[in-house]
Design a protein around this ligand. Structure first.
Ligand SMILES: [Zn+2]
Length: 86
């Protein structure tokens, strides 16, 4: 089944398989690599440009309806960079 999700960075939609899922747990953000964690999640392309847009626009906290500071979001971007070499 083709499931469409919208990227919080560029706002383009993409296949669930092409996007990373972000979840909020214990005041921090992390990636849900298995895409199975319960709760609200948001989706982002594994691209630096999408992370920049999301952080600039504060779209991740808004999508998840949580408050997280910019540092937490930058940490998430660093995690992605290490994990994906983007
Ligand atoms: Zn994107």
């Amino acid at each position: 089944m083709y499931q469409v999700r919208t990227c919080v960075g560029c706002r383009q939609s993409g296949s669930r398989a092409d996007l990373l899922r972000i979840v909020h747990t214990q005041n921090t953000l992390s990636f849900d690599l298995d895409k199975t964690k319960p709760g609200r999640g948001c989706w982002i392309h594994p691209k630096n440009s999408c992370f920049s847009a999301a952080i600039t626009g504060n779209s991740i906290p808004r999508a998840l309806r949580v408050k997280v500071n910019v540092q937490v979001q930058e940490n998430l971007r660093e995690q992605a960079e290490k994990m994906l070499e983007i």
